[in-house]
Design a protein around this ligand. Structure first.
Ligand SMILES: [Zn+2]
Ligand SMILES: [Zn+2]
Ligand SMILES: [Zn+2]
Ligand SMILES: [Zn+2]
Length: 569
C-alpha cells in the first residue's frame, strides 16, 4: 500500500521529523505503530542502555569474588560474576510475576529490571578463551581490555572488531593482523597509525589507501608501493628513507604523526567511508550493503535503515537496530541483539539464537518471550513466567492492546505506548556511563534536563612510580622491569601499567611504549571517527549535492564518489 510522507513532532526533542512511505510499509509489515521519537532521539535512547567502555571493580553478589563490572559498586543492582551468571542453577523464572492489567505493563517490566541479577561484564562467556578483562566479546581468545569484538586473537585495548589478530589500540579492524593505532581497516597486515585503509601491507600514517605496500604518510593511493607523502621512490631509496626516519623511536613517530595529519587535510575526502560493493546506500562506514539508509558502521546489510554498529555480517530487513549482526533478520528498535536473531523488537541484549522477542532485556537463547528480563533458554514467557503456547499468545495480544491505551508515563510526561523502546529511566546505566555519552556527549545539566541520569565515575587514583616522559625512546632499550611500573599518563596524569602480552607484542612489532594511559588513547582514537550525523553539502569538484558526515562548514575538501574515483584510481 502506498503511504504519503508524514511530518511528526518528536516527543523528546520536540523537533519535526519525517516518516517516509517506505517506513510505513516496514511498520505495517511487522505490525507496529510508527515511532513518536525522531531517529536521533531513538538512537540516543538505545545507546543509553549499553555500557561497553566504562568498567570498574566490584564484588559478585553470589560468590563474593572480585570481578570486572559494567556497574559501579554504588549501583543498587544484583550483579553476578560471569561464572555465577552463566551457571546452570538459575534461569530467571525464579523472578516470575503475574501481569496486573490494572497497571501499565512497562511498570511491571521495570520491577523485573530492578530485581533480576545482571552479569558483571557482558561476554559470550563459554565461547571465549582466556579473556578475563574484556566486555562485549565473543568467540575470542587471549584478548585484554578489548571491547565489542568477535573472532579475535591476542588483541589489546581495541574496539568494534571482527577477526583481528595480534594487534593493539585499534578501532574497526577486520580480518587483519599485526596492526597498531589504526582505525577502519580490512584485510591489512602491519598497518600502523592509519585511518580507513584496506588490503594494505606495511603502511604507516596513511589514510584512504587501498592495495598499497610500503607507504608512509600517504593519502588516497591505490596499488602504490614505496611512497612517502604520496611521492614515489625506488625500493632502495625507500628503504634508505625508512632507515633515516627511524620508525622505532617514540619521538620520531610523534613528529611524523603531526606531519602526516597536516598532509591528510590537504587532500580530498570521499563523500562517505565505505565503498566496497555498496548499492543504493547512505550513511557512513558502510560496506557490502544494499538498499540501506542513514546507517553507521554497517557490514553486509540489505534493506536496513537507521542501523548502527553491525560489525559482523549479515543483517537484513531491520530498522533502528544498534549492533551487532552476525545473522540478524527483522530487528526493530533493539540494541545488542545478534548471532542468529529473528523478529526481535524493543529489546536489549538478546542473543544468541533468539526469535520473536518483544520488550525483552538480557534473554539468552529465548524464543517467543514478551517483557522478560535476565531469562535464559526459555520459551513462551511473559514477565519471566512460563505459559503454555496458546495462553501465551492470548495474554500477549491482551497486553499489546492494554499498552495501546494505558501507557507508561515517564517523569517528564513522555508517554510510552506499545511501539516504543523502553523508557530511558529503565536503563541500568547513567547517561555518562553509557555508550550514548561516547557518541553523543552532553553536559551534566543537559543530561538531567532530558530525563537521563548521571553518575560520578571518578576512580581512585593509583600512585605512579615513574613519569611517562622518562620512558625510553625505543622498545629495544626498554627493560623488562617496566612491567612493574605504574606509569603516569602524560595527558590525564593517572597511573597505568603495561601488560606482559602487550610488551611482547610491542617488541614483536618494534614499537615503543605509549606515553598515555589506555583510556586517553581510546578517547583520542574515537575522536578520529566521524560523528553519527549526516549533512547535505556539495561536492567540492563537480558541485553535485551529496549526503556526507562532513558539515558544510567543515573545512575538509570533500568529493562525491564519482570525482573521488577519478582522483584515486
Ligand atoms: Zn527527537
Ligand atoms: Zn560469582
Ligand atoms: Zn590518561
Ligand atoms: Zn563530484
Amino acid at each position: 500500500m502506498a503511504y504519503k510522507n508524514e511530518t511528526k513532532q518528536c516527543q523528546s526533542c520536540k523537533k519535526d521529523f519525517t516518516i517516509e512511505s517506505e517506513d510505513f510499509n516496514f511498520y505495517e509489515k511487522i505490525k507496529v505503530p510508527p515511532p513518536t521519537w525522531c531517529p536521533e532521539c531513538r538512537l540516543i535512547r538505545r545507546l543509553s542502555f549499553q555500557n561497553t567502555w566504562n568498567i570498574f571493580w566490584r564484588n559478585c553478589d553470589k560468590c563474593g569474588e572480585k570481578t570486572l563490572s559494567r556497574f559501579l559498586p554504588s549501583q543498587k543492582f544484583t550483579i553476578f560474576c560471569q561464572r555465577c551468571w552463566w551457571g546452570d542453577n538459575w534461569d530467571g523464572t525464579e523472578y516470575a510475576t503475574t501481569y496486573d492489567p490494572s497497571r501499565p505493563f512497562l511498570e511491571q517490566v521495570k520491577e523485573l529490571i530492578k530485581k533480576t541479577p545482571y552479569v558483571a561484564v557482558n561476554n559470550s562467556y563459554s565461547s571465549n578463551k582466556n579473556c578475563n578483562y574484556v566486555n562485549g566479546i565473543a568467540w575470542s581468545k587471549d584478548c585484554y581490555l578489548t571491547f565489542w569484538a568477535d573472532y579475535c586473537d591476542s588483541v589489546y585495548y581495541s574496539s568494534l572488531l571482527n577477526n583481528l589478530r595480534y594487534s593493539l589500540d585499534c578501532i574497526r579492524g577486520y580480518y587483519s593482523e599485526l596492526c597498531y593505532e589504526s582505525i577502519g581497516f580490512s584485510r591489512c597486515y602491519r598497518m600502523f597509525f592509519s585511518d580507513e585503509c584496506d588490503d594494505c601491507l606495511d603502511v604507516w600514517f596513511s589514510r584512504n589507501c587501498y592495495n598499497c605496500t610500503n607507504c608512509i604518510g600517504c593519502v588516497n593511493l591505490s596499488g602504490a608501493s614505496n611512497c612517502i607523502f604520496n611521492k614515489k621512490y625506488t625500493k632502495e631509496e625507500y628503504e634508505k628513507k625508512v632507515q633515516e626516519l627511524n620508525l622505532k623511536s617514540w619521538k620520531n613517530l610523534r613528529s611524523l604523526e603531526e606531519k602526516a595529519y597536516k598532509f591528510w587535510n590537504t587532500m580530498p575526502y570521499r563523500e562517505y567511508h565505505g565503498h566496497t560493493l555498496n548499492h543504493n546506500v547512505t550513511g557512513d562506514y558502510i560496506y557490502e550493503s544494499r538498499n540501506s539508509k542513514e546507517s553507521y558502521i554497517l557490514n553486509g546489510a540489505e534493506d536496513c535503515k537507521w542501523c548502527q554498529f553491525v560489525t559482523v555480517k549479515p543483517v537484513k530487513d531491520s530498522y533502528d537496530y544498534s549492533g551487532w549482526g552476525n545473522n540478524a533478520n527483522q530487528i526493530y528498535e533493539s540494541i545488542t541483539v545478534g548471532e542468529n536473531a529473528d523478529s526481535v523488537y524493543f529489546s536489549n541484549e538478546c542473543w544468541p539464537d533468539v526469535l520473536n522477542l518483544q520488550y525483552c532485556s538480557y534473554n539468552i537463547a529465548g524464543k517467543n518471550n514478551f517483557g522478560c528480563v535476565n531469562l535464559k533458554r526459555k520459551e513462551y514467557c511473559i514477565l519471566n513466567k512460563q505459559y503454555a503456547k496458546e495462553e501465551y499468545e492470548k495474554l500477549k495480544e491482551k497486553i499489546i492492546k492494554d499498552m495501546k491505551v494505558n501507557p507508561y508515563v515517564d517523569k517528564l510526561g513522555r508517554k510510552y505506548f506499545y511501539g516504543e523502546f523502553f523508557p530511558i529511566e529503565f536503563s541500568e546505566f547513567a547517561y555518562n556511563q553509557s555508550n550514548a555519552m561516547r557518541f553523543f556527549p552532553k553536559t551534566k545539566k543537559e543530561i538531567l534536563s532530558e530525563g537521563y541520569s548521571w553518575n560520578d565515575l571518578e576512580k581512585t587514583k593509583e600512585k605512579s612510580t615513574i613519569k611517562s616522559s622518562s620512558l625510553l625512546d625505543t622498545i629495544e632499550e626498554t627493560p623488562e622491569s617496566v612491567l612493574k611500573e605504574a606509569i603516569e599518563c602524560s595527558m590525564c596524569s593517572r597511573a597505568y601499567n603495561i601488560a606482559k602480552g602487550e610488551l611482547n607484542l610491542l617488541k614483536q612489532i618494534g614499537l615503543p611504549i605509549p606515553h598515555e594511559c589506555p583510556k586517553c588513547r581510546e578517547n583520542k582514537r574515537f575522536a578520529r571517527l566521524d560523528p553519527i550525523k549526516l549533512y547535505k553539502r556539495n561536492c567540492d569538484k563537480c558541485k553535485k549535492e551529496i549526503t556526507t558526515p562532513y558539515a558544510p562548514s567543515d573545512s575538509k575538501i570533500v568529493y562525491c564518489e564519482h570525482c573521488y574515483q577519478q582522483e584515486v584510481y
